[in-house]
Ligand binder design. Structure first.
Ligand SMILES: Cc1cc2nc3c(=O)[nH]c(=O)nc-3n(C[C@H](O)[C@H](O)[C@H](O)COP(=O)(O)O)c2cc1C
Length: 277
């Protein structure tokens, strides 16, 4: 038993197979036991008394290191409110930032794509191609349905009033509301890009309750101090703020050019301009 435990631990250290060889007296049972374990999922074989892995040669020569932390993982849900360009822009930004994306597109989210985006990039297949994993909103058996599947948060962009209401009530009858509920119960970041205008007291109360439960409601509002020249400029500005709110640690990177951040009035410049005038 102790031998088997030791072998298991050894097998999980990257680079172990460079130095480990088993003496011929090691019982076959131990060797067979070891066959099941590998730190990186590579197949193990035992040739004579040497244990070999099918890891490529350059990986084999890498010195043992601690396991790398996994990359950031975000659930992106797209529902049937107007705002599909926000969703595609967000997916493109997260892709550049090497964030692992899990996409859930609602039936009505899918239906609005062709009216709001330019062909050929206006289909559910296109959105799915930007994400790493894509799920049916009907599949509440998916990994995202469980808090044991670790994520770094979720964003619903755009978020319809119907989905907002479902999240507010904990009515988890599809994968979007279920994942959002899981995100809240696990105390992870949930951003709802809630889109409707004007707003009824029902919408406002729902927004208040999800905020009390820990979500961030982020209506995609226009900003004029950035002097947008095109709709895409407004989309970009909004999406950068969404990425801020996801709190992934990319704030400086995403605003590297200062885009969208308010830096105060340029009083000194204004005063010297006035003096010169
Ligand atoms: C073109 C179009 C635009 C819509 N825009 C909105 C909107 O901005 N906000 C909203 O709450 N619902 C909007 N709706 C209605 C939703 O699509 C509808 O309530 C749907 O049931 C939402 O379902 P889902 O949240 O599962 O996607 C829109 C529908 C269509 C067809």
């Amino acid at each position: 038993m102790i031998v088997q435990k030791t072998l298991k631990i050894l097998a999980q250290i990257p680079g172990w197979n460079r130095s480990l060889s088993l003496h011929r007296t090691v019982p076959l049972a131990h060797k067979q036991y070891l066959r099941h374990f590998s730190a990186d999922g590579h197949r193990l074989t035992i040739e004579s008394n040497e244990i070999q892995s099918d890891r490529p040669h350059d990986e084999k020569s890498t010195p043992p290191t601690m396991p790398r932390p996994r990359r950031k993982r975000i659930v992106v849900a797209v529902t049937g409110a107007t705002g599909a360009p926000l969703a595609t822009s967000l997916l493109l930004h997260l892709k550049k930032l090497d964030v692992e994306m899990h996409l859930i597109l609602s039936t009505w989210g899918s239906a609005t794509l062709k009216y709001e985006l330019e062909a050929p990039n206006n289909t559910a297949a296109y959105l799915a191609s930007l994400a790493h994993y894509s799920y049916s909103p009907r599949d509440v058996s998916a990994s995202l349905s469980s808090g044991s599947f670790r994520t770094d948060g979720m964003i619903v962009v755009p978020c319809s009033m119907k989905t907002l209401a479902g999240i507010r009530m904990g009515y988890d009858n599809d994968l979007i509301t279920r994942s959002a509920g899981v995100t809240l119960k696990e105390r992870r970041r949930l951003v709802l890009v809630a889109r409707e205008t004007p707003l009824s007291s029902i919408h406002l109360e729902n927004m208040l309750e999800v905020t009390r439960a820990g979500a961030v409601v982020f209506p995609p509002m226009m900003t004029f101090y950035t002097k947008p020249k095109a709709i895409q400029d407004m989309v970009e500005q909004s999406v950068r703020r969404m990425i801020d709110l996801l709190d992934l640690g990319f704030e400086d990177h995403i605003h590297a050019d200062g885009d969208g951040r308010w830096n105060g009035f340029e009083w000194k410049k204004k005063m010297s301009d006035e003096k010169q005038a």
